[in-house]
Write a protein that binds this ligand. Sequence first.
Ligand SMILES: C[S@@+](CC[C@H](N)C(=O)[O-])C[C@H]1O[C@@H](n2cnc3c(N)ncnc32)[C@H](O)[C@@H]1O
Length: 359
Amino acid sequence: MSFYQSPKKMSAFDAKFEAQKIAFAPVSFQVARCLSQFGILTKIDGAGDEGISLIQLIQHVELSEYAIHVLLDMGLSMGIFWCKDDRYRLDKTGYFLLHDDMASKNLNFIHYVCYQGLFDLDDSLKQGKAIGLKHFGDWDTIYPGLSQLPEQTKKSWFEFDHYYSDHAFDSLLPLIFKSDPAHIIDVGGNTGKWAFACTRYNKNVNVTIMDLPGQLAVAMKNAQACLVADRVHPFETDLLDNNKPFYQGGDLYWMSQFLDCFSKQQIITILQRTVAAMKPDSELCILETYWDRQPHEAGAYCVNATSLYFTAIANGNSRMYHSKDMLKMINEAGLYVDEDIDNIGLGHTLLRCKLKPMN
Ligand SMILES: C[S@@+](CC[C@H](N)C(=O)[O-])C[C@H]1O[C@@H](n2cnc3c(N)ncnc32)[C@H](O)[C@@H]1O
């Protein structure tokens, strides 16, 4: 990791400006969202090098002159546009806000899933509970409620989750199938995207999805639609309850973006239960984004920011981990890492684990 290990080279004047940006960050965030939602970014982008004036924008955007003008002024301050001779042109940051898929998925996730709940971050930190979740329902964690979230919130949650895992899945399939597993157990398999990728890739493999009932119902509906309900099987459980069952004897246990939903103590328990369920030659593959394994500072920023979603909205006690913490827990549970591969998809790491030999 080449970042965070020395002070930033910046004048006090610039640092003071950075501090003001943080103080006003919710304003910038909402302005960027409104510029996008009301089509102002698209209009200015379409005007190209010629640019577009406020008077012209008023004719195309269904907002008052006042509303467009306050958004434009703040957009200038945020470096989204530049303006010469009263004509606005998109600057580079504006270009990526408009055209970068990752920025739009992140922005929608923060607005529809996290924004209101983050107001309760301080109480969530003090109580070790996701106090911000109260805006959506009365659950201990967001997961039993996922399928009941308001429509736009649910859409933003799934688009955010899938955006990162989808980018990793294609390059992972050959790696996972090199050990030729006949039966994969997808722990926290959600709506079945990985299960369907596996059944498409290999015509013989069976996949069992272990998850909460709400997600399994959606996954099995999807399995019917994909015509693989004979090879994709549901296994209902709640991994926060040790009295609930754990699928025994799978060839390959798969945990993608799953362990980050649990506290350290819960992870150790889940890994120990996995160890107890594995055959001597089974594997456990863990796919996660660790902030210290990101190739660029931008990745570490997004991963660390995502931790606070877990704190205030998802469960109050989990996070995106440092890889050293995960490696320690894997070891403690009785596993060793056979392969450790970074830079999969958008900054994922695959840890391929096996049972430690018995002494
Ligand atoms: C962040 S999603 C990951 C989905 C998918 N594996 C992927 O890579 O996109 C976490 C999944 O873990 C499941 N999960 C969370 N808590 C759980 C629990 N206590 N028991 C079983 N599954 C749980 C959720 O329902 C959800 O499907």
